[in-house]
Design a protein around this ligand. Sequence first.
Ligand code: HEC
Length: 174
Amino acid sequence: MASFALAIAFVPTSALAQTPTVSPESVPDVLVRERGTWLPKVAPVEEDYSRNCQGCHGHEGHSVQEVPRLQGRAGWFTHTSAGRAYLVQVPNVLQSSLPDERLAAMLNWLLTQFSGEQLKPGFEPYTAAEVHALRAQRIESVIARRREVVDGLVRAGVIPDAAALAFSLEPGRY
Ligand code: HEC
């Protein structure tokens, strides 16, 4: 029992030495404050994802079947210019409250983090200027645009068929 207690006392101390942490007092979560849990500090880019996107897309880029999976898939869109534009112009991205520079950084992080293997070879990261220009053009129908973009990826041989990017709110099911 004594060694068990010792182990518990030791693990967080050594972990604290390596990982930057956030004090429980600065976290607006009742349990975290009550229990005095020190949380690992996340990079600003991850925090932007958590606050703006994670609620729907999940901590690791996948969640419920009504929301398209980003993990292992989002990178395919970077293979065509229409797909690259779509990633910025999809409504929840275009309308997010993040300024262009942070949105560009977060998209680059998201694509490498969740879907690095699917990225176009030699993928050039989004810049703030590119994001700014793309954000100025709204798409009329996300359903129609997504279908065009996915068909374009099939024609270009990037994905075998539209099923590779299917999710349950696809056209016809909205
Ligand atoms: C309210 C839920 C919700 C939020 C919040 C949200 N998304 Fe989405 N996202 C969706 C849905 C649903 C789609 C499918 C297209 C559509 O209906 O707009 C989508 C599509 C996408 C796509 C295109 C993937 C595809 O297969 O079509 C990307 C990339 C994406 N979202 C990234 C983000 C990012 C980055 C954020 C944060 C800035 C974000 N989303 C916030 C629900 C959400």
